[in-house]
Design a binder for this molecule. Structure first.
Ligand SMILES: [Zn+2]
Length: 141
């Protein structure tokens, strides 16, 4: 089973109790996986924040939508903002629609295109237009 260290967010063996990358004792933190994921959106590394956004979508963590909206608007890293927009498409939460609409009309063409796709995904009643999501670390860019 695929698991992630809830401290450094490296992929690790789920059977391990101590992270093989950062050495964190994974049983010492009493928060739920979901709580740790949402808290990790403030991770200092953009690569980690991209991965957290993706994981929030994959795990369907609806309470994180306001946090994703904040990131989509304010994160200093474009790829993190894109990851937040893509996660919103997966979560299909109508609360994100006004923000996606606004970003899709912004001057930033890179983000505008992603926001438009996510908005289409949220608006689609069947979900068949849902963009495919992949672990961003398995793609080349
Ligand atoms: Zn770790």
């Amino acid at each position: 089973m695929m698991a992630f260290c809830t401290h450094c967010w490296t992929e690790i063996d789920a059977a391990l109790n101590v992270c093989s990358s950062c050495g964190e004792d994974l049983n010492s933190d009493p928060r739920t996986y979901e709580q740790k994921l949402v808290a990790a959106l403030e991770h200092p590394l953009p690569e980690a924040r991209v991965r957290i956004c993706w994981l929030i979508g994959e795990n369907k963590i609806q309470p994180a939508v306001p946090d994703l909206m904040q990131i989509a608007e304010c994160d200093p890293d474009l790829f993190v903002r894109r990851a937040a927009l893509e996660a919103m498409a997966v979560l299909r939460d109508p609360r994100a629609a006004p923000l996606l609409e606004a970003i899709s009309r912004s001057d930033n063409r890179f983000l505008a295109a992603v926001a438009r796709r996510s908005l289409d995904a949220i608006s689609s009643p069947t979900g068949k237009d849902l963009p495919e999501t992949k672990d961003p670390f398995c793609t080349t860019r």
